[in-house]
Structure formats: C-alpha cells, structure tokens
Design a protein around this ligand. Structure first.
Ligand SMILES: Cc1cc2nc3c(=O)[nH]c(=O)nc-3n(C[C@H](O)[C@H](O)[C@H](O)COP(=O)(O)O)c2cc1C
Length: 254
C-alpha cells in the first residue's frame, strides 16, 4: 500500500467519485480529494513523488469541456497518474483517450487507465446502483495489479487506450431543467452548479448557453423541485432503451 493518493474528480451526481474512491482505497492508506465539481478554479502543482487519480464522467463519449478547462490549471512534474472515465452503460468512446491526452499534456504520466461503470445520471435504469459490490471487488483486484506494477518501477501504460483522434464532436442540448412550485428558492442549486448556469436571485432561471445538463441541481435539490422536461426524458429513455438490459463490465488497462 502507498501512503497517500490524491483523487481529482469532476462528479456532479457522485457516481464518478464513488468509483474513484473504490479504486483509491486499494492503493493508499490516505485519500486526499480535489473536487473539480465546485464552481471555483483549482490551480495546483504536483511533484514526481505524488500519485494522482483523475476521474471524470463521460458525456456524449467525451470528457466534459468544463472539466478539461479545470484540468488545464493543474500541473504535474512527471507525476505518476491513474485515469478513469466513468460512464453510464452506453459507451465511453473517446473519453478515456481524451483524459489521457489532457493530463499528459499537463505533465502527468498515466500508468494505468480504467473505463468504469456508474449509474446513468439521467436515465437511472442504466447501470442502476453501480458501482456495486462486484465492481468494488474488481477495483480492489485492479489496485493490487497497479501496486505490483508500481513496485517493479514501471511507469507507463502498456496497453493501447481505446478511442480515436480527432475526438467525437460534442453535441450540446438546449434542454435545461424545469422548476416546479415546490422550489423554496434556497439557492443551493445556484451555489453548487459547476458552471454557474443558475441565477442566484431567481433559481428557476437556468442559462441554456451555460448549462451542461450534468443533473447536479436535480440530484441535490432538497425540495425535489427540479427535473428535465418529461418529453426529453421520454425521448432519451427510448434512445437508450437497448442499453438498459445489459451489464457492461469495467475495462482496465495497465
Ligand atoms: C450530459 C450527459 C451525457 C452523458 N453521456 C453519456 C455517454 O455518452 N455514455 C454513457 O455511457 N453515459 C453517459 N452519461 C452518463 C454518465 O456518464 C454517468 O452517469 C456518470 O457516472 C455520471 O457521473 P456523476 O455521477 O459523477 O455525475 C451521460 C450523462 C450526462 C449527464
């Protein structure tokens, strides 16, 4: 076991963080966390002696652009890293490769990579309740394999990471959450929105230009007043129907 690992994660509804914690627990006694989901920027520097686990959710086969922007404020100095793209049972496409490229550009040396499953934050029946006990066991085993590699002094990913360049084009959606009468205007959604898309004075106003549909405001609203429009959910549910009945497994690269 290593002494300390730092998780740097963007996790609007918690699935990405949960998967990262399962992996990190098998690697080090102490876990430090840098939460890129908070609206503030995080200029940070790491050294050769650190180990950093970068974890991001997959949106449309990519890493969210706002996460990439925040990663560009973090510098490594040949710092060993592990990368994880966490997706909701459809596909991760170019996200893991993109995460690899961004952190490498910032001075990190990825030595292991993983495409992990977590409950789909919009269509919850996909990968429902994951990561689960089986995922946890798989990640514990993967941690051991990473530690074995670490002890031999190898510091590079051997396998090819799936994905292609140029990355898949990101298609934005104009659909923002709708707000019901249950809203108490407490402002928590505006405070926690990673991209500051929600008006602090009028929380029912969400800027469609800024909103990334990350579902954070919906998942944290204490009054359950926010949701995606029913029609949007119906279309998306239909589109993703074929991924609901199957169980994809974590893909691990060393
Ligand atoms: C806007 C958006 C786009 C998504 N696109 C994909 C996708 O392309 N493939 C997939 O399998 N899951 C997709 N998902 C599901 C998320 O990748 C998955 O639920 C992830 O675990 C969410 O992370 P979080 O719980 O840390 O917010 C998407 C979710 C959102 C909100």
């Amino acid at each position: 076991m290593l002494t300390t690992i730092t998780i740097v994660a963007f996790s609007p509804t918690g699935g990405t963080r949960q998967a990262a914690v399962f992996l990190a627990k098998g690697l080090a006694q102490h876990i430090q966390e840098v939460d890129l989901t908070l609206p503030e920027a995080h200029p940070l520097n790491f050294t050769k002696e650190d180990l950093v686990l970068f974890a991001g959710p997959v949106y449309g086969g990519r890493i969210p652009a706002c996460m990439t922007d925040k990663l560009k404020k973090i510098r490594g100095n040949q710092t060993p890293a592990i990368i994880a793209a966490v997706y909701g049972n459809r596909a991760y496409e170019d996200a893991l490769l993109e995460l690899n490229d961004v952190v490498s550009e910032q001075g990190f040396k990825p030595l292991a990579a993983a495409a992990l499953l977590a409950e789909h934050s919009i269509i919850h029946k996909l990968a429902e309740h994951r990561p689960d006990a089986w995922d946890q066991a798989c990640l514990a085993d993967f941690s051991n394999r990473i530690l074995e590699k670490w002890e031999t002094g190898q510091r590079e990913i051997i396998s090819v990471i799936p994905g292609s360049r140029p990355y898949k084009a990101w298609k934005s959606s104009p659909n923002v959450p709708v707000v019901s009468d249950a809203c108490r205007r407490c402002g928590l959604c505006a405070q926690k929105c990673p991209v500051q898309a929600i008006s602090k004075n009028s929380p029912s106003d969400t800027d469609p230009e800024k909103c990334i549909q990350c579902m954070r405001c919906i998942s944290i609203c204490p009054a359950h007043a926010r949701s995606l429009p029913e029609q949007v959910l119906a279309v998306l549910g239909e589109h993703l129907q074929s991924f609901a009945g199957l169980r994809k497994e974590n893909e691990l690269y060393l």
